[in-house]
Design a protein around this ligand. Structure first.
Ligand code: IPM
Ligand code: MN
Length: 360
């Protein structure tokens, strides 16, 4: 029976408490199948040592079956160029491990009130697949700064980069049950092909890949227009694929329509590695007070179990993933332990216990 090595990086702010919470739930779900090993990294570590991602941490992440992360970043801890140190932890892992698909489920759970009126649980259920290794982020740390007068970053779109993220999106659509509105398996390409050649190229390569998926409907939405559609017809969407920067922006908007970043899970996947973390930040203002919501990281842990289960044909893990998701759904539906970000007063530890109780 496989034992899976999971490298964990607690990180900064609420990172340690939400990462520990997720491990408690995952142990409850999988008993001894997961071996968690903590590794240092993040802004506070940088402040102490000068390294945001130590070599031994990176080596452990590369060797592990999966990576579970809390959060990273602290205000005021920046590089000389002004960019935040904490974010560099994520970005180094993304680029060095080539985690090209950033998978961000957007789902309205029973018991959670959407700020969009008239939508109930199950009617908003789509996944944003954000290209995670190029686009406008390819320029990070490589932009031009001329005499402090002209500073530029270049948007990079490669054929390989688009092919693989588009194929990932179509394969994901094939595994889902289609959009809530009509049950149609659908991939929506989010771009600005009407304006920029790079996005026209992004769309053209997605179109080429779409030829292989006659069973999945193709849909297009400009990045500005989709922000309106995500509010007015969220049930239309099944899978949305977008360039890195657009994906970063619309995934926060999507999370906002289903309760916020406190419930926003993410799976950052490459050919050989997976990084699982809540899509939220380190929220240093509430760190250490046991009031952060662990749900985003717990749901990211469920995504990790599902990913490991599929990769290793390990049905027990796939089943455990479903049980964790159902336990979270039950806790939310019961509304006895509502996190602060969803309008309640439940403590992180209480929510963790409630999810474990549901698992039992
Ligand atoms: C995200 C975050 C990151 C990003 C930061 C933390 C590097 O906003 O994962 O959405 O900009 O992609
Ligand atoms: Mn973001």
């Amino acid at each position: 029976m496989n034992i899976y090595d999971i490298a964990t990086i607690d990180g900064d702010g609420i990172g340690p408490e939400v990462c520990q919470s997720a491990q408690t739930v995952l142990r409850e779900a999988c008993a001894s199948r997961l071996r968690f090993t903590p590794w240092p990294g993040g802004a506070a570590h940088y402040a102490k040592t000068g390294s945001v991602l130590p070599d031994e941490t990176f080596a452990a992440c590369r060797a592990a079956h999966a990576i579970l992360h809390g959060a990273a970043g602290l205000p005021g801890i920046t590089y000389p160029d002004g960019t935040e140190v904490g974010n560099d932890l994520h970005l180094q892992l993304r680029f060095k491990l080539d985690l090209f698909a950033n998978v961000r489920p957007i789902r309205l759970y029973q018991g959670v009130q959407s700020p969009l009126s008239g939508w109930s649980a199950g009617q908003i259920d789509y996944v944003i697949v954000r290209e995670n290794t190029e686009g406008l982020y390819a320029s990070r740390g490589a932009g031009v700064n001329l005499r402090g007068e002209v500073v530029t970053d270049t948007l990079v779109v490669t054929r390989k980069g688009v092919e693989r993220v588009a194929r990932f999106a179509f394969e994901l659509a094939r595994r889902r049950n289609g959009a809530p509105r009509d049950g149609q398996r659908r991939v929506t390409v989010c771009d600005k092909a009407n304006i920029l050649r790079s996005y026209a190229f992004f769309r053209a390569v997605c179109d080429e890949v779409a030829q292989e998926y006659a069973d999945v409907a193709m849909d297009y939405a400009y990045a500005d227009a989709i922000t309106v559609h995500m509010l007015k017809k969220p049930d239309f969407y099944d899978v949305i694929v977008a360039e890195n920067m657009f994906g970063d922006i619309i995934s926060d908007l999507g999370a906002g329509t289903v309760g916020g970043l406190g419930i926003a899970a993410s799976a950052e996947l490459g050919e050989a590695h997976g990084l699982f973390q809540g899509a939220h930040g380190s929220a240093p203002d509430i760190a250490g007070q046991d009031i952060a919501s662990p749900l985003a990281t717990i749901l990211s842990g469920a995504l990790m179990l599902r990913w490991l289960g599929e990769r290793h044909a390990d049905a027990a893990l796939t089943q455990a993933a479903a049980r964790v998701e159902r336990a979270v759904e039950s806790v939310l539906a019961a509304a006895q332990h509502v996190p602060h970000d969803l309008g309640g007063h439940a403590r992180c530890s209480e929510i963790t216990r409630a999810v474990c109780q549901e698992l039992r």
